[in-house]
Structure formats: C-alpha cells, structure tokens
Write a protein that binds this ligand. Structure first.
Ligand SMILES: [Ca+2]
Length: 303
C-alpha cells in the first residue's frame, strides 16, 4: 500500500483540486493511504475551502497542515468562495495544524515509507528539511525524511527547454530559494514532473452537475454555451497519480537521471544528466489522451 502526503498550493490554479479528488477516490477505494494534506500557499479562505472540498470528497478525517506565512504567495482564489458556501469543518486557517509540525508527526509515526506528492511551492518542504529535533522526533528534518520518505514526486520546473521557467519554482524569490534548497538538500530521490508534462493534457472538461469539482472548474475555467467547462491542464493530478503508482515506468513515463540545478534567485532551472544521478525528470511515453482519460476516470468514479 502506498502512503501519500499531498503538498499543495490549493489557491490559484484549480488543478490542485483535481489532484485532491483523485487522491480522495484512491484513498476511499483502499488503494492508497492519504496521510495528510499540507497547504503551502495560504490566504484567509484556504483551510475553509480545502475543508469544504475534503468534505465533498468524503475525506474530512485526513489531517491538514498549513504554512503560517499567510499571503506570501497568493492574494486571492477564484474558486474558494463557492466551495466554502457548501459547508466546511474549518472556520479559519488557525484551526489546522502547522505544516512542518504535521509533516514531522506523520513521518515520525510512519509504519511504512511515505511518498510526498508536491504540487505547489516548496517552502514547507524546505522548512521541513531545515527543522530541528523536537518532542516528536530526535531526528532533524533531513534525517526524518531520509528514514521515512521513499521519494519526492514534484510538479516543478520545465525540463524541455534551456533555462526553464515554471511557476511553482520561479514565482518569486522565496519560491525559487525553497526549490533550490530542496533540490540541493533532499536526501531521497526527487522525481520532477515538469510544466511540459501536464500542460497539453486536458482533464475535467465534462463533469456531471453534482460533481464536487464542477463549481471549482466553472469558477476557474468558465462555462461553455452547453454548460460544460473547458477542462484544465493536468499538471497536479498527473504528478499525484504518478506518486500513487510509485514507479516511473508503470506510470507511463521514462526518466532522465541526473541533478536538477535551480537558480535560488531567478528560479530558472536546468538539468545535469548523469545516469547514476539520484534525481530525474520524466517524459511521457504515451499520447496526451492516455493520461487525460486515466485522470477523468479516476475523478469521475464514485469511491
Ligand atoms: Ca498546484
């Protein structure tokens, strides 16, 4: 059984919500254990909106942690408001755990290796790696990750171009510094799913009226004359699904191994190839429709 923590900037883009629905269904079907969700970009409505989506998806009992630096990366969300109106277990961000502290608790108590699916900024991951020993564990963050995490599966970077620029990494100086820190200090393999992987893969284009993602997709993507939304690039659900599969080849990808180099100021990324390298970025082995239909099937099914 795969054990997953999702690290998400559930705020600006809507594909984070698609990743959450996908993970919720796999969790409820008993195919993975979703150990926790970490919010790495937080505005006032973040925890309330996430709680609302989790309730709609039937995973209200999964622990939630959040970065405490509210407003550092986003200032508004197009899709939080209508989610919250559906009812939420959290009235405010203060009702969820501190992100690093929740990470440390889950990792310290892990019976099996945990996979971290990162589909947002890497600030909380960097803070986890920098965290000192505490009452939860005598290990510092780096040792705790080394002992309990099998890999980081990150939607980050752009690897099909020289000097790649990608939002999760290069949004601002803080996101660039965090992504560079994780690339340089993570003690376990990092599997990068770049911008070029998810961008042309459009999922969620047609959702039933009562689907939990329907309003989210309408609020982010708009509505067509026939009432269906336009769908969205599948950056985050593809990364989350790959983390659940836990194997690049079985997930439908090939890997280019080596070392990611991220400029800590600009966030621009490049890759030094090395067949013996710990980290990799992935390339698709199948047409885009293959991945899109897999995601649509997993978000449409009833868990
Ligand atoms: Ca995201």
């Amino acid at each position: 059984m795969r054990h997953i923590i999702l690290d998400t900037d559930f705020c600006s883009d809507c594909d984070d919500a698609v990743a959450i629905r996908l993970l919720a269904n796999l969790h409820l079907r008993g195919e993975i254990v979703l150990e926790g969700i970490i919010l790495d970009s937080v505005i006032a409505s973040s925890a309330p909106a996430l709680g609302a989506l989790m309730r709609l998806c039937g995973i209200e009992d999964v622990p939630v942690g959040a970065d405490r630096n509210e407003g550092a990366y986003d200032t508004e969300s197009r899709y939080h408001k209508r989610l919250i109106a559906r009812g939420t277990p959290f009235a405010a961000n203060a009702q969820v755990r501190d992100g690093v502290s929740l990470y440390r608790e889950i990792l310290a108590n892990a019976g099996e290796k945990i996979s971290i699916a990162g589909v947002g900024f890497e600030n909380v991951l960097a803070d986890l790696l920098k965290s000192p020993p505490d009452a939860v564990s005598p290990l510092d963050g780096k040792a705790l990750v080394k002992e309990n995490v099998d890999a980081l599966w990150l939607m980050a970077g752009r690897w099909d171009a020289a000097d790649g620029w990608e939002f999760n990494v290069a949004h601002n100086g803080a996101t660039a510094a965090a992504a560079a820190y994780v690339a340089d200090h993570c003690p376990v393999p990092i599997i990068y799913s770049g911008w070029e992987i998810g961008h042309p893969v459009i999922s969620c284009a047609r959702l039933p009226k009562e689907h939990p993602l329907r309003e989210v997709m309408e609020d982010y993507c708009g509505v067509r004359y026939d009432g269906s939304n336009n769908g969205r690039s599948s950056y985050d659900p593809m990364t989350a699904l790959l983390a659940c599969v836990g194997d690049v080849g079985k997930g439908g990808y090939s890997a280019v191994y080596g070392k990611a180099v991220i400029d800590p100021q600009s966030g621009k990324n490049r890759f030094i190839r090395d067949p013996e390298g710990k980290d990799c970025y992935v390339k698709k082995r199948f047409p885009d429709a293959y991945y899109a239909s897999m995601i649509d099937e997993l978000i449409l099914c009833r868990a």
